[in-house]
Design a protein around this ligand. Structure first.
Ligand code: 6GU
Length: 247
């Protein structure tokens, strides 16, 4: 069976969205992965199919009801489903390349997209959801985060990218930012390509690229740089959360 993504959402029309184009879209058409969207509102209560209510204790916004959400989940995830269940929320742990690798290595994923002020805490606990955020900013819902998370997983599935790209992935899965890239023309509007790249000296090119990767990481991402240096001192780099930035 192909890699199976199930998305529980109040906005199923947002999917596949961008995942219907480019690499992920071709892989979807080829059956390398499968997408199932589940409309939470189909499990809503009463004539208005209510899925949310006002927060106990007061305050702004609405909270997704635990009963409706749990019913929707149970309808799309059987008890023996081996796939991880992820609730997308800005309260979650930050998503990393290590998560993408772990999810891509499994059978698929079940994603719950939060809306309103979020999901009732009891449903999060009862379902043992893994809470994940994609960054320190606020989205109006979990749907764009689900698209981001899926994109990161899908490009790692066998056959989705070429073999060359996978090899590249390995060589840069070290927690450094990428070096800068150049193509023709060799001179453009008075700007020359760094001469070493035209030298044909592959060892020198490798050394230049490594130095540029390290410089970019040091200048732009001191957090990644510290982790990279610690990893190097401990004699390991692979699979650090830092490698998210280099994939
Ligand atoms: Cl997963 N959801 C929302 N609403 N905002 C976010 C997020 C998720 N990750 C970062 N910001």
């Amino acid at each position: 069976m192909s890699w199976h993504a199930t998305i529980l959402t109040l906005f199923p029309e947002m999917f596949p969205g961008p995942l219907g184009a480019s690499l992920a879209g071709r892989a979807l058409a080829e059956g390398l992965w499968r997408l199932e969207t589940a409309d939470i509102r189909a499990h809503g209560l009463g004539r208005h199919r209510a899925v949310d209510d006002t927060p106990f204790g007061g305050g702004a916004g609405m909270v997704m009801r635990p009963d409706v959400t749990a019913t929707a989940l149970a309808a799309h995830r059987r008890a023996d489903d081996a796939r991880p269940f992820v609730y997308l929320t800005p309260r979650g742990r930050l998503f990393t390349q290590a998560d993408a690798r772990r999810f891509a290595a499994g059978r698929g994923i079940v994603l719950l997209c939060g809306r309103y002020e979020g999901l009732d805490q009891r449903a999060i606990e009862a379902t043992e959801a893994e809470e994940i955020s994609i960054g320190d900013y606020v989205l109006s819902g979990g749907e764009p985060a689900a698209l981001v998370l899926l994109d990161a997983c899908l490009r790692l599935l066998p056959g989705v990218m070429g073999a060359a790209a996978s090899a590249e992935e390995e060589s840069f899965a070290e927690g450094l930012l990428e070096y800068p890239h150049y193509t023709r023309p060799a001179e453009w509007e008075g700007r020359a390509v760094p001469p070493v790249l035209l030298s044909g000296d592959h060892a020198a090119i490798r050394a230049w690229r490594r130095a540029e990767s390290e410089r970019a990481t040091r200048e732009r991402r001191p957090d990644l740089w510290d982790r990279y240096r610690q990893g190097r001192m401990a004699g390991r780099h692979a699979d650090s959360a830092a490698s998210v930035a280099t994939a």
